[in-house]
Design a protein. Structure first.
Length: 758
């Protein structure tokens, strides 16, 4: 017969084993949940950093091309001309991370002596072309800004002596594109802190020579605009402005090309020149970056965000073991106590009831904690979705005007271009540049607000003058849409001047009026102000589409607008109202909106009115300006029948110009619904160039509808979105091919001819 104590021991041991088994299951699911969360954080941070690197590289490419255009527009450029151009461009204020902006000149062997003597007189008596060697052609650096510190050492350096730099300048010359070198050590480098880097070259041609073929470009080449970068400084400008500490702590490695090796390593956050060191958990993510055929591979490794003993799996493991041990010991004690007298048994029964209540309470607390974790996870997923939508919208808003700028800049190089077309193309470039600048400014403003770097500067502000400036700024734009822009000033002369931050008041009014024009197609927009006790109350009233009640608070939150299906809402950064709300609250006021769908909207905001008497005798007045309608037409006739589906006018004009040589009949559609109807009425259409993001019906739905009645027409999708999975999505709905904006003319023509030839 088994001893009762041994039997009780076996029972308690079984309880312990069962408890440890359940603990192991809970630890497994807790660890899996933690790993999924960490991977999600890694992906969000990695895509954020990749987007910033791509945006910074694209901005520097734009500036490099503008530098080349500056040289090609002048018969001669002196050292002072170059210095003045670089300083006025404010590149050091607007774009960080570069080492120097240089001009590389081509010098033949028989011109070397005269060249050296000339630049000794211009630059320095010590000027010489180095390293010394006998070459048929030399490519020395003659101008570089800022001309100080490390950059002085670069004057006279023959870049052709470096094989990576030689390869890049020759490729830039032959392709007429901005080309990035392989991993190099800049000539400016020296001990003790040496960093890897890269150089960006843009070709400069003689302005009166053709550059349509490789041979013509080789004959016309004069030199290159060169932007040099130390990877440590370039990445510092990216990582120092991250909003999230978790993102900022990611270990980032950048490799030159596809190879992951020490030889191809361009940058590592753990190198000797970087102050921080990251301990990783093993989660890594590889993302590519491509710039005109030059590829970088970004490797992101996730830091250990919390000590392991504070992680949820460790807490579950520790708690489960402790509870299992306690429960096993308790069961052993209960079984043995049953052998004693009834008095002891009754006492133990009471203890068991108390312990049961504690366990029930603990279980309820655990259930509540699990519910709270689920809510937190759902909020994190919503936040992640909004951020992803915001990043996609930013990609669209940056690439669309950039497509127009690059495309029409290329078209302006054609020698046979008429004055009328030149003027039109310049206007498109100007408008696209303003649109791109507005998006960048909004991103910078919201970043400053969230970083707490915005200061309130109190000065004397004439409110009526502020409103008149905003009226002047937007009057032409409003008139072009048939909208009357009205000022209603109820302030007296003495009430018009207050002490406040005029720049922020201006920014608030600009954002509100810009929104009113965007969401109104006709009618009147009224800008008003009145005094209400110790506050000034402003309003901007429009006759536009209005706002639904359930969105009137959400529109002031960041990222929310990027998740709206309304295409008008996507035409901008979506940060204007968020910035306005932040500025109003900084000034001690409040902002709100009153609206009914279909009946327009009125935005109100208040600021304190610290009144100061003024001698200004200007009278109050209402201003109402009539508007005019301006229309543009463009006709093209060539060989095959093409339908261009594009809601952005500048992109449509650019694409139509590209395909003129292939088409005898170009049709235009502004949205997916129009595209489907035109294809139905014109079954002889050979090619459809389909934009993906459009109002009324997008490109995906339009392609699906067209394929229902026309299986043969060639459909090529083009889009300013460049995120993973987009190509597979457009092919799945029936497109034959896919091209991203900004569109390369030669690439598009090659793609069209490939499909037409079939």
């Amino acid at each position: 017969m088994i001893d009762p104590k041994a039997k009780n021991f076996l029972k308690s041991l079984s309880v312990l084993i069962l408890g440890l088994f359940l603990t192991a299951i809970l630890v497994y699911y807790a660890k899996e949940d933690l790993d999924n969360h960490n991977k999600q954080e890694l992906e969000i941070g990695a895509f954020d950093i990749k987007f910033r690197i791509q945006s910074m590289l694209s901005s520097h490419v734009q500036f490099s091309r503008s530098c080349a255009s500056f040289f090609m527009s002048s018969d001669s450029v002196t050292k002072d001309d170059w210095k003045d151009y670089v300083e006025k461009s404010k590149i050091a204020e607007n774009l960080n991370g570069f080492q120097g902006i240089a001009y590389v000149m081509i010098v033949s062997n028989n011109q070397l002596e005269n060249h050296t003597q000339r630049f000794k007189d211009v630059l320095s008596k010590n000027y010489t072309v180095f390293p010394s060697s006998t070459e048929e052609v030399y490519t020395p650096i003659v101008y570089i800004e800022p001309l100080q510190d490390r950059n002085i050492k670069a004057l006279g350096f023959n870049v052709s002596t470096n094989p990576h730099m030689k390869k890049a300048i020759e490729k830039a010359r032959d392709s007429n594109k901005t080309i990035v070198t392989d991993k190099v050590t800049l000539i400016q480098e020296g001990s003790p802190e040496t960093s890897t880097g890269f150089v960006m070259y843009t070709p400069i041609y003689e302005k009166n020579l053709p550059v349509n073929t490789i041979n013509e470009r080789r004959v016309a080449i004069l030199g290159w605009a060169a932007s040099s970068f130390r990877m440590v400084n370039f990445m510092k400008s990216i990582l120092d402005h991250l909003n999230s500490d978790a993102h900022n702590q990611l270990q980032v490695k950048i490799y030159d090309g596809d190879s992951i090796s020490s030889e191809s390593l361009l940058y590592d956050t753990n190198n000797n020149l970087n102050k921080k060191s990251v301990t990783s958990t093993g989660n890594t993510l590889l993302l590519p970056i491509d710039l005109n055929g030059k590829k970088w591979t970004l490797q992101f490794t996730q830091p250990k965000l919390t000590p392991s003993f504070l992680s949820m799996p460790f807490i579950v493991l520790t708690g489960g073991i402790v509870i299992s041990l306690l429960l096993s010991f308790l069961m052993y004690s209960l079984f043995n106590t049953a052998l004693f007298a009834n008095r002891i048994a009754k006492k133990l029964t009471i203890d068991l009831l108390n312990k049961n209540k504690e366990l029930v309470t603990t279980n309820e607390l655990l259930n509540e904690s699990h519910f709270e974790l689920k809510i937190a996870k759902e909020k994190a997923e919503v936040s992640s979705r909004l951020k992803s939508a915001f990043l996609a919208n930013m990609s669209h808003e940056i690439r669309t005007p950039m497509n127009a700028i690059l495309g029409f800049s290329e078209l302006l190089e054609q020698p046979e271009l008429t004055d009328e077309k030149q003027k039109k193309y310049f206007e498109i470039i100007r408008k696209s540049g303003k649109r791109l600048l507005a998006v960048i400014n909004d991103i910078i403003d919201i970043s400053k607000v969230e970083a707490g770097q915005v200061e309130v500067i109190i000065i004397d502000v004439n409110i009526f003058e502020q409103i008149k400036e905003v009226h002047t700024l937007f009057n032409t734009e409003a008139s072009s849409k048939g909208i009357s822009l009205v000022i209603n000033n109820s302030l007296s002369i003495d009430e018009s001047t207050i002490k406040s931050d005029g720049n922020k008041i201006n920014a608030i009014l600009v954002n509100l009026v810009k929104n009113a024009i965007k969401y109104s197609d006709e009618g009147t927009i009224e800008i008003g102000v009145s005094k209400n006790e110790s506050f000034l109350e402003f309003y901007v009233k429009d006759t536009g589409i209005g706002i639904e009640k359930n969105r009137q608070k959400a529109i002031f939150d960041r990222f929310v607008q990027a998740d709206i299906e309304d295409v008008k809402a996507l035409q901008g950064s979506g940060l204007g109202l968020t910035i306005s709300k932040a500025y109003v609250e900084m000034l001690g006021g409040a902002i709100w909106v009153e609206s009914e769908p279909g009946n327009g909207a009125t935005f109100y905001f208040t600021i304190p009115s610290e009144i100061k008497t003024t001698e200004d005798k200007e009278s109050n007045q209402n201003i109402i300006i009539n508007t005019e309608t301006i229309t543009n037409t463009d006709n093209s006739i060539n060989k095959i029948k093409i339908l261009v589906v594009e809601d952005d006018e500048s992109s449509e004009i650019f694409i139509s110009h590209i395909v003129e040589e292939l088409s005898n009949n170009i049709l235009i559609a502004r949205n997916g619904t129009e595209a489907v109807e035109i294809c139905r009425n014109n079954p002889d259409i050979d090619l459809v160039l389909m934009d993906v993001k459009m109002p009324v019906m997008d490109g995906y739905k339009a392609t699906t509808a067209i394929r229902e009645f026309n299986k043969d027409v060639i459909i090529i999708a083009q889009t300013a979105f460049a995120l993973l999975g987009n190509k597979e999505k457009v092919i799945a709905v029936g497109c034959n091919d896919y091209i991203t904006k900004p569109i390369d003319k030669e690439e598009l023509l090659k793609m069209i001819k490939k499909h037409i030839s079939k």
